[in-house]
Design a protein around this ligand. Structure first.
Ligand code: RTP
Ligand code: MG
Length: 141
């Protein structure tokens, strides 16, 4: 299986719930290494740029408002099959539909406040990692 990288965000609701460590622990248990990380409060322009693919969707405005409502933690994860593995850990977009034991089932409140983001494909992962870590120094271990 290929070693991949993916972009992960712990969204403002999960940061506010004080579950950063619990979410990081799930990444580590699943064999995903945190190879870059930073905490930031996104500007409106940063959030709009990140979610540009969703610009025409009805939920875009609410999504941007939510993502700038408080600090987030952004990380690049690396591991075997990292993109799909991370999405399995997250669970379905709507926490009501997320499988038991997933991050969204355990920590998310709604489809808007859904705790985490994860890249959905190799191409988007590369773009998203470069968006937030333009000068990524990878600490391979
Ligand atoms: P993400 O990008 O955050 O990892 O989540 P995802 O792939 O599961 O969902 P996506 O379709 O990419 O949508 C991005 C985020 O927009 C919000 N959303 N709201 N109200 C709605 O119908 C709706 N649909 C999506 C969610 O916060 C979702 O994570
Ligand atoms: Mg998505």
């Amino acid at each position: 299986m290929a070693i991949e990288r993916t972009l992960s965000i712990i969204k403002p609701d999960a940061v506010a719930k004080n579950v950063i460590g619990q979410i990081y622990s799930r990444f580590e248990t699943a064999g995903l290494k945190i190879i870059a990380a930073r905490m930031t409060h996104l500007s409106r322009a940063e959030a709009e740029g990140f979610y540009a693919v969703h610009r025409e969707r009805p939920f875009f405005k609410d999504l941007v408002e939510f993502m700038i409502s408080g600090p987030v933690i952004i990380q690049a994860l690396e591991g075997e099959n990292a993109i799909a593995k991370h999405r399995d850990l997250m669970g379905a977009t709507d926490p009501k539909k997320a499988e038991k034991g997933t991050i969204r089932a355990d920590f998310a409140d709604s489809i808007d406040a859904n705790a985490v983001h994860g890249s959905d494909a190799a191409e988007t992962a590369a773009v998203e990692i470069a968006y937030f870590f333009p000068t990524l120094n990878v600490y391979s271990r």
